[in-house]
Write a protein that binds this ligand. Structure first.
Ligand code: PGA
Length: 255
């Protein structure tokens, strides 16, 4: 049985005061939710303070990035043990913005993934095609190759501890959501790939999120698809009402 999981990726948004009041509002309004896993991934500078505000709640704390090395002369980077130290449970890896703007490759994502798992944190590994790749009919090939490269060297057990997020680049922050059928097709294909690299049982137990313009009013139809196990939410995670609406939509889904 896969539990639905809704994670908010705040990206480089919200100041300290708004971050704190959003987290306090979410703790209050989502207190009673027990059938859906929930996380927020704020900017790194606020993690420590927000970790304290989330302590004892049903909302997990996640980072948007981590570095693969444990310590040393890596100016500007943050290690997995530092993230753990301030209360993180999750780390987003290989988001398309990190791939496109900061030049992260599958190999870099893979090194980070091994470090995150070794630290006992839960990685959320993002994959997804650009509009041009979709229009060229390369979606399956691109997503499969990102999965193979990013997930290289994982044991079955590590694969089961890894969350995947399919985020078509053309749907991120654009208001253009993939249709439930388009998303489901890719999720099903990722599961087929996992079956061939691991086992049927492993493939059936990995959580695969959809991301790209998920909102309170389209969450229900996306999350109802059999292979969509939750959402990685950008813009709509920055406001209490909209993130709450997405989590509440998830609570009502029976699969
Ligand atoms: P969006 O972002 O919901 O604003 O499209 C999703 C993401 O980048 O994770």
């Amino acid at each position: 049985m896969r539990r639905l999981f809704i994670a908010g990726n705040w990206k480089m948004n919200l100041d300290r005061g708004h971050s704190l009041s959003l987290v306090q509002g979410l703790v209050e309004s989502l207190r009673g939710v027990s059938n859906v896993d929930i996380a927020v991934c704020p900017p790194a500078v606020y993690l420590g303070e927000l970790g304290k505000a989330l302590h004892g709640s049903n909302i997990g704390l996640g980072a948007q990035n981590a570095y693969s090395k444990p310590e040393g002369a890596f100016t500007g980077e943050i290690s997995c043990s530092m993230l753990k130290d301030v209360g993180c449970r999750y780390v987003i890896l290989g988001h398309s913005e990190r791939r496109a703007i900061f030049g992260e490759t599958d190999q870099m994502v893979n090194e980070k993934l091994h470090a995150v798992l070794a630290a006992g944190l839960t990685p959320i590994v993002c994959v997804g095609e650009t509009l041009q790749q979709r229009e060229n009919g390369q979606t399956q090939q691109v997503v499969r190759s990102q999965c193979v490269g990013s997930l290289a060297g994982l044991s079955h057990d590590q694969m089961l501890k890894t969350v995947l997020a399919y985020e078509p680049v053309w749907a991120i922050g654009t208001g253009k959501t993939a249709t439930p059928a388009q998303a489901e097709e890719v999720h099903q294909d990722i599961r087929n790939l996992l079956e061939s690299h691991f086992s049927r049982e492993t493939s059936q137990n990995v959580i695969i999120l959809y991301g790209g313009s998920v909102k309170a009013d389209n969450a229900q139809e996306l999350l109802s698809e059999p292979n969509i196990d939750g959402a990685l939410v950008g813009g709509a995670s920055l406001k209490l009402d909209s993130f709450e609406g997405i989590v509440k939509a998830a609570t009502s889904i029976k699969k």
